[in-house]
Design a protein around this ligand. Structure first.
Ligand code: ADP
Ligand code: MG
Length: 702
């Protein structure tokens, strides 16, 4: 039926929506909202239950509440030497006073909009902070603009410059009302997928999420409504469908089948003074199967610090070398590369394996000789830093690339190295244990093996967080351990990101400590030292010529001194959780009971406190990583914006990991049943996949 007035369509430019116009349209465009459909994908981030309105005196910790209150004042509070400020808004109603704190500014001009003695609505979670109830980052709404909406359950949108949540709500309502039924696009998900995963149609989900019905209030408040399920699933699904397509493509790649008898690895195992753990054997076995197979291996081995990943990697290397190919092992730092090299000298050289070491430090003449040897096939295993992938390095027959500590390398570098070989196998090792499903998503097309067992005989490290005032006690405790023949580390953070300050801090403290404990043999290591100087210090510490190594974070990876059993971290609040866990992993490597003491400065933030306190509660790297992920969010945690992980509106990689798994299973099943995506029911999925990645066939997937 032809309508007289043009109806609004989902793909209509959002500025033609009544109430928007060019100026607001520009603001929306800046936020990536171009069409009406984009606007509908601006989901509420919370809901306000009007029926739960309260007064200040009746508030209890942990409740999510809504209250009407007057602003008394807005106070900016400076944080120490840094430029950072906390904002504190004081609210009052007839029953009492409460403070709302902001640790960042939501947008420029946010705090200027509050008028003293005006009433606002405050919505948020009540927090007990050091015995006092307060809000952290609550939503604050103008009362005047909201009165026209009378519902009990109100969606709350993230505000943008001058655009309040209630204005956004009105625009979205009007869009939903205007988009005629006929204009609604086809559901892209096949029926069987929706039935199997219990998904409601997209249209229904959008209405439910933007025009909430009070019966749904509990589910909506918890972000667990059918609408949330559908929309979160959808966000994950497109990513997983892409990964499944990529993986399916890799299955078509021809790899080197490594058919070795496993003679070398048997000899290695016999030469070790210990047995491999069950988990190490299981992982080695998975790797072995991959290597034998017709396609290139793409496997991630995850295992906590000290779980023995190196041996799993060495076993893979031996199989490949036995079959007549070369192996490259790439480490993130020189210290770590050198340690791998030394370790390989010790346990692989006796088997007749020819080794090479190539780092940024290698002299030009050494490099030249190495590269010649490599081309002549006189090196079986080349160990190094990223210098390994620099242009002149050519292998004769590269069969396997091992990358230690994956998160420090970019995807790009991986691809670069791959180009050098003839489709080599890939083995990636990481000590950043994250939930399995998440790992598979984050690392894209990699298969994941987990070493979830520690070598026997390691007693758990005892961790204590303490304020600086306990510093003397901590160092006295360390001195006692030294007197018993043990060794220790003292670590200083980077101060204000400046190497100079960092250096000064460690050097100054080093001098003070030397004077304070003259009976102890102190050593100092920092990032400004040349690498051979660092090596010298490290070696001397290893030989127990020093008792305590004072250092900046250069010891974070790569140091393996089993006699060291005390780790003191100064200003521990400045470190991230995963970093603290890595540092802590430097002790507890021998049979001695080990200790980690986290010293907090007095200007510690709530978050810093929470981190150090959390470290006391667990030594499980998985738990630490999960908490880290939760506190920092995936973007910062993973240190990358790769593979579409940053683009989620509604989905949360930590909270929604179950839905992630569902979406992943569904996507991979599609490729299992229909590898070319040729069936009619998958046609719309395929079109969307092609459109989103700008490709015209599955072979085009990068
Ligand atoms: P990571 O997983 O952190 O890379 P490493 O491979 O460096 O750990 O191993 C840590 C230490 O544990 C090394 O000294 C290694 O020789 C030792 N190790 C590895 N596997 C075992 C085992 N099964 N039993 C005892 N010690 C082991
Ligand atoms: Mg390691």
């Amino acid at each position: 039926m032809a309508a007289n007035k043009p109806s609004l369509r989902l793909e209509t430019d959002v500025q033609y929506l009544k109430g928007v116009g060019p100026k607001l349209g520009e603001l929306f465009a800046k936020k990536g909202i171009h069409t009406v459909f984009d606007l509908l994908k601006l989901y509420p981030r919370a809901y306000e239950d009007r029926r739960a309105a309260r007064n200040i005196a009746s508030l209890k910790a942990e409740e999510v509440v809504s209250l009407k209150a007057q602003v008394l004042k807005v106070t900016p509070i400076s944080m120490g030497r840094s430029q950072r400020k906390i904002y504190d808004i004081t609210f009052r109603d007839a029953s009492g006073v409460i403070h709302a704190k902001y640790f960042r500014v939501p947008y420029r001009g946010y705090f200027e909009r509050f008028q003293p003695f005006h009433e606002y609505r405050v919505i948020g979670k009540v927090i007990n902070y050091r015995g006092r109830l307060e809000f952290h980052h609550p939503d604050i709404r103008d009362l005047e603009s909201e009165e026209e909406i009378q519902d009990d359950l109100i969606p709350i949108y993230s505000e943008m410059e001058n655009l309040t949540s209630s204005k956004i709500q009105r625009l979205i309502r009007s869009a939903l009302d205007q988009v005629s039924k006929a204009e609604w696009p086809l559901e892209k998900f096949p029926k069987n997928l929706m039935e199997k995963c219990g998904l409601i149609p997209l249209k229904e989900a959008l209405y439910q999420i933007h025009k909430p019905s009070p019966e749904m209030s509990q589910m909506l408040l918890e972000l667990k409504s059918p609408a949330h399920h559908r929309l979160i699933f959808e966000e994950f699904f497109w990513l997983e469908l892409y990964l499944a397509a990529k993986k399916s493509g890799l299955k078509k790649e021809q790899g080197l089948s490594i058919l070795s008898a496993g003679e070398f690895r048997q000899r290695l195992l016999k030469s070790l003074p210990f047995q491999l753990t069950g988990a190490q054997l299981r992982c080695a076995d998975q790797v072995h199967k991959d290597l034998k197979g017709p396609h290139p291996m793409n496997r991630l081995v995850q295992g906590d610090v000290g779980s023995g990943k190196t041996l799993v990697a060495f076993m893979a290397a031996l199989d490949v070398i036995e079959a007549g190919y070369q192996v490259a092992l790439m480490a993130p730092t020189e210290i770590l590369a050198e340690q791998h090299f030394r370790n390989a000298q010790k346990i692989l050289s006796p088997l007749g394996i020819k080794l090479g070491l190539l780092t940024g430090k290698s002299k030009a003449s050494e490099r030249k000789a190495l590269i010649e040897q490599l081309q002549a096939g006189d090196i079986d295993l080349l160990i190094g830093t990223h210098a390994l992938i620099e242009d002149p390095v050519q292998f004769q027959a590269l069969g396997l690339v091992i990358i230690d500590e994956q998160h420090r390398f970019g995807v790009q570098q991986r691809a670069q190295l791959k180009q050098k070989g003839h489709c080599p196998h890939f083995l990636v090792m990481t000590a950043t244990p994250i939930p399995r499903t998440l790992a598979m998503t984050v690392y894209g097309d990699l298969d994941v093996s987990v070493i979830d067992e520690m070598p026997p005989g390691r007693s758990p490290i005892q961790t204590r967080a303490a304020f600086e005032s306990k510093r003397k006690m901590a160092f006295d405790f360390m001195a006692e351990q030294i007197a018993k023949g043990r060794q220790a580390y003292v670590v200083y953070p980077l101060v204000d990101e400046s190497e100079k300050m960092d250096l000064k801090n460690a050097v100054q403290e080093f001098e003070k400590l030397k004077a304070e404990y003259p009976q102890i043999r102190w050593a100092l290591m920092h990032g400004r030292m040349k690498s051979d100087e660092k090596d010298e210090v490290m070696e001397a510490f290893r030989r127990h010529e020093h008792d305590v190594l004072v250092s900046t974070t250069v010891i974070e990876v790569g140091v393996d001194v089993p006699n060291a059993n005390v780790m003191i971290v100064e200003h521990a609040e400045r470190f991230g959780l995963s970093q603290l866990h890595q540092l802590r992993g430097r002790v507890g490597r021998g049979t001695h009971k080990s200790f980690c003491l986290l010293m907090m400065g007095h200007a510690v933030s709530e978050e810093g406190r929470e981190r150090t306190r959390f470290m006391e509660t667990t030594t499980d790297g998985f738990k630490v990583a999960e908490k880290d992920l939760e506190m920092r969010g995936p973007g910062e945690f993973l240190g990358t914006r790769q593979s579409g992980l940053a683009g989620f509106q509604l989905a949360n990689l930590v909270r929604d990991v179950m839905i992630l798994q569902e979406a992943r299973d569904a996507a991979f099943e599609i490729f299992l049943k229909d590898p070319e995506m040729k069936s009619a029911e998958n046609a719309l999925l395929r079109d969307e996949l092609f459109r989103a990645h700008g490709i015209t066939s599955l072979a085009g997937i990068a």
